[in-house]
Design a protein around this ligand. Structure first.
Ligand code: ADP
Ligand code: MG
Length: 246
């Protein structure tokens, strides 16, 4: 598997506290990866660095076949290069229909005059229907996004991110506040999404991580403590000690 994202030797210090400590981490094209680790391990800060929100004090973050440094790019440039990020609070347009939310999110390669000529093309409609199918909201397309259940809103936001055609999707604690059925749907959705792009999921719920059935990276004190299958890492004595607070 070729490498899509290569993080090497990054460190970040906040007020003298090393939140990320010489972290190295790779993700391949179309790979599904779970990141676990105790609170404060640096999982969210890692996503902040990849998306350009936080700048590391040292280290490299290299992207794509052309080995571009993400550290020289702005947050919007990084997003345009193909990194999508899902935040915990959904940012859907509540007064708009599910259909319109997805339609507005579609990636557009427009020239200067295309905006004037823009019509809801059959192609766009097909894309919206395909996305709705992928996130399991086909039956909800006419409904206002504000009427959706918590889990459905999260899926809509994932759909809106997928509409941007990212090559890497970063998802921080997607299962928070979800019912067991919603969690199961979310794992299926992320597994499906990872068939055509890389998906990195931070999640505390071990049942959720088990269902993802993917390689797991354990973060601790800002670096990688262990990596491998969930069974492999949870059998690691250092990982057990960290989780038991020893
Ligand atoms: N902007 C910030 N300013 C100061 N400290 C921060 C900032 N962001 C994160 N931290 C600290 O860095 C550590 C790692 O945080 P975080 O990446 O949120 O951990 P995780 O997501 O694994 O729970 C924590 O101790 C947190 O308090
Ligand atoms: Mg976090």
């Amino acid at each position: 598997m070729s490498t899509l994202l290569e993080v090497s030797g990054i460190s970040v210090t906040f007020d003298g506290f090393r939140a990320i400590n010489n972290l190295s981490f790779n993700i391949g094209n179309a790979e599904l990866r779970a990141i676990i680790g105790p609170n404060g391990a640096g999982k969210t800060t890692f996503m902040d660095i990849v998306t350009g929100k936080t700048r590391p004090d040292e280290g490299r973050v290299i992207w794509g076949e052309k080995n571009i440094s993400l550290l020289k790019m702005s947050e919007s440039q990084i997003a345009r290069a193909g990194v999508g990020r899902k935040f915990q609070r959904p940012t859907v347009f509540e007064d708009q229909s599910v259909f319109d939310n997805l339609l507005m999110a579609l990636k557009k390669e427009r020239g200067p005059f295309d905006v004037l000529l823009y019509r809801r093309s059959a192609q766009d409609r097909d894309k919206v229907h395909a996305l709705a199918d992928e996130i399991g909201l086909s039956a909800e397309l006419p409904r206002k996004a504000g009427e959706l259940a918590h889990g459905q809103k999260q899926w809509l936001e994932i759909g809106m991110l997928l509409a941007q055609e990212p090559r890497l999707l970063l998802v921080d604690e997607p299962a928070a506040g979800m019912s067991p059925a919603e969690r199961e749907h979310t794992t299926n959705l992320l597994k499906e999404a990872a068939k055509t792009r890389a998906v990195v999921v931070v999640e505390h719920d071990m049942e959720f991580v088990r269902r993802l059935d993917c390689k797991v990276t354990v973060f601790h004190e800002g670096s990688v403590l262990a990596e491998g299958s969930l069974d492999h890492v949870t059998a690691n004595q250092e990982v057990i000690d960290v989780y038991l607070g020893r």
